[in-house]
Ligand binder design. Structure first.
Ligand SMILES: [Zn+2]
Ligand SMILES: [Zn+2]
Length: 680
């Protein structure tokens, strides 16, 4: 708001606020009422925007009503008004009574600055100013620097050269330059300027800090951020809403969520931007549950119209947690609150639907997108890939090529993984060769790991090993991991040991790799080696994250951990599992204990298997969802063989579609069979 503040504050409010006629009007009224000696800069701002005829009266009377205004100010207002209203020119006195008030060409240059649309035009105006000798008045140079530094077409180098010629730049000029450098993705220079500002004794104000904190956020420079927070506190800007929001954002980007929360909690007044900053901070750290909780809270205090960026954070939370119901609500929210969705939001929607198991909805959003970019195609192709619809993924890829979009290495990763998930080995190898020959894309290590995966899943373990040996770069842990998991699927102990040895040399800290090799030993009944692996893990202090499964019931996500009774309804869940097992027996089910890693007796193995988190989640969903509805589960580990068979039979017995997302892909179980056809 424009309050009865000092002129400098008014000017700043103006620079950062939207320059609209109503602002000009309000500002001129405040100016009239407060009888302040308004600076030339302020006048320039009023004059540089288009003033509607209703405000003309107050503007033209400014000079008359305020005797303290100097001649220059009155002249500028008159010049601007005359320029903008040719009709009024005729009514003006053709001969100004005081000769000094005649509009001079120099001042006319300043409103022209605001109309510049390119560096070329800007340089012309600047040359004109230099020619007329109006250059080194600090107010004028301030507008020059601001126009050049902050316009989309501007140039920071040029702005710098003007800035460096100012003898005594004030906080306005420093703020402008800091803001310009941050906008130009040059955060380090912004921080250096702040240092210079302090050395030269220029006092920062509340407009200095949001840009500076943004610079720290870009650099993840926590130390500098904390120091600047100290300055904010010392100078008394800690209660400024915009500064507080910037602090939340800065701490969030530096991964210090606790400090973000602290600033948030201390705020007396919060805006939508404050909530958005904290939600984004949680999303940045992958704290999806907290993200959704905060979004709910934000709604409960009356902020329903969330910003687009917040809704994107919420969408990615839904994506990670497999919360389709909530994701759908967010989609509705977006449609209600936004006039049109841009390609980034639409791509997040496609990703959310696809990864929450609703491939059809994802395809629907994708096909209705008016504009698609490489990322949208990549999301759709990898989406079809993880659902095992390799042929359709390749069709989408052809569509993309037909549209004339150039494929890159990222798209090829999606294409190759589509082939890999669907067992399309020949197609995959063919695209890998075409990628090099036709699209001139040099295969990255990631692409090589895709090919190793493709060959490995199809059982071509020797070929995959040969490829690793002949790769132009040194294989990394991902490549060996792909080979190791293929060895598990195809139960190749010898190759598994080679892959394991290389893998542990490169990365000895990943618990699941040890488990993977242990699985291969267990399948071969080599219990001594299983024990050796376990000992090594213990020696290195590695523990595997317990398996968990998430299931959404009535828009609430429930978490089940293997062999755990912490869920409030565990009694009912275990009761339901009992019934399920009883019915499974009629279908000829017997537990597949081959992958249990402990050398314990069969009964114990069966017991362990029966309490896998996926089974608990499934039992819970069968109790709480209506007949015939689809059950959707997201789990953190790869699905074990037993859970795969078990879930298939349950889908048949209970006549349900069960969709499970495991670490690698989606499994759609229906009538006893799974869409993955064994490729997982
Ligand atoms: Zn299992
Ligand atoms: Zn499957």
């Amino acid at each position: 708001m424009v309050g009865p503040a000092d002129p400098i504050a008014l000017v700043r409010t103006f620079t950062f606020a939207e320059k609209s006629p109503s602002w000009a009007c309000k500002a001129s009224i405040v100016a009239l009422k407060s009888s302040l000696n308004i600076s030339v800069v302020f006048t320039t701002f009023i004059c540089s925007i288009s003033i509607p005829s209703t405000c003309l009266a107050s503007c033209t009377t400014l000079s008359a009503r305020l005797p303290s205004w100097d001649a220059c100010d009155s002249r500028m207002i008159r010049t601007s008004v005359l320029q903008q209203t040719p009709l009024l020119v005729a009514q003006e006195d053709p001969k100004p009574q005081i000769p000094e008030l005649r509009p001079s060409k120099g001042q006319e240059c300043f409103p022209l600055l605001q109309r510049c649309k390119s560096m070329e035009e800007f340089k012309q105006v600047h040359a004109q100013i230099l020619k007329l000798g109006f250059d080194w008045d600090s107010c004028h140079t301030g507008s020059l620097v601001a126009t050049c530094a902050l316009s989309n077409w501007g140039s920071m180098d040029y702005a710098c050269s003007i800035f460096r010629q100012i003898d005594e730049p004030g906080s306005f000029e420093f703020n402008t330059m800091i803001r310009g450098h941050v906008k130009d993705m040059n955060p380090k220079t912004a921080l250096f300027l702040y240092e210079e500002m302090q050395e030269r004794g220029v006092k920062p104000d509340n407009f200095t800090y949001p840009s500076l904190l943004k610079a720290c956020a870009h650099l993840s420079a926590l130390g500098e951020g904390i120091q600047i927070h100290g300055h904010v506190f010392k100078l008394g800007f800690e209660a400024d809403l915009i500064v507080q929001n910037s602090l939340i954002n800065m701490y969030g980007k530096c991964g210090e969520i606790k400090l973000s929360c602290k600033v948030f909690e201390k705020m007396h007044q919060r805006s939508i931007a404050s909530w958005s900053a904290l939600i984004a901070a949680y999303a940045n750290l992958g704290m999806w549950w907290e993200c959704l909780r905060l979004f709910g809270e934000m709604g409960s205090v009356g902020y329903w119209r969330a910003e687009e960026s917040t809704l994107v954070s919420v969408l990615s939370s839904c994506t990670h947690l497999g919360a389709l119901g909530l994701g759908r609500c967010t989609h509705g929210s977006l449609l209600r609150n936004m006039s049109g969705l841009n390609v980034i939001v639409e791509t997040s929607l496609v990703d959310m639907y696809v990864r929450c198991g609703s491939l059809e909805n994802g395809l629907c959003v994708f096909h209705n997108m008016p504009k698609k970019n490489q990322l949208s195609y990549s999301v759709m192709i990898s989406g079809l890939a993880i659902h095992g619809r390799g042929h359709e993924a390749l069709d989408v890829f052809s569509d993309m090529l037909k549209e004339g979009l150039k494929p890159d290495a990222v798209i090829y990763v999606s294409v190759l993984s589509a082939c890999s998930h669907a067992g399309l080995v020949n197609e995959g190898l063919c695209w890998f060769n075409r990628m090099k020959a036709e699209h001139r894309i040099e295969p990255t290590i990631q692409l090589y790991s895709c090919v190793v995966d493709l060959m490995g899943r199809a059982g071509m373990l020797n070929e995959a090993y040969e490829l690793i040996k002949t790769m132009p770069m040194k294989p990394n842990d991902v490549v060996w991991r792909c080979l190791l998991s293929a060895c598990k699927v195809h139960q190749d102990l010898e190759m598994g040991e080679i892959a394991g040895r290389n893998l542990f040399q490169l990365n000895p800290h990943n618990a699941s790799d040890y488990v993977l090799l242990s699985n291969i030993y267990a399948l071969a009944q080599r219990w001594e080696d299983v024990a050796k692996m376990r000992k090594e893990m213990k020696h290195k202090g590695l523990t595997q994250m317990p398996g968990f499964s998430l299931v959404e019931v009535k828009r609430k996500v429930h978490k089940f951990v293997s062999d755990d009774k912490s869920h409030p309804q565990w009694n009912a869940v275990y009761e339901m599992m009992h019934q399920m097992e009883w019915q499974l027996r009629f279908e000829g089910y017997s537990a597949d204990t081959s992958q249990v890693l402990f050398n314990v007796d069969e009964a114990e193995k069966r017991q362990r298997l029966s309490r896998h988190s996926q089974k608990l989640a499934m039992a819970f969903a069968l109790i709480h969802t209506c007949q015939g509805s689809t059950v959707r589960i997201v789990k953190n580990h790869r699905m074990c063989n037993d859970c795969h068979t078990y879930t298939g039979l349950i889908s048949k017995i209970f006549n349900r579609t069960i969709i499970v997302r495991d670490r690698n892909r989606f499994h759609h179980f229906k009538d006893g069979t799974c869409s993955c056809r064994g490729f997982w």
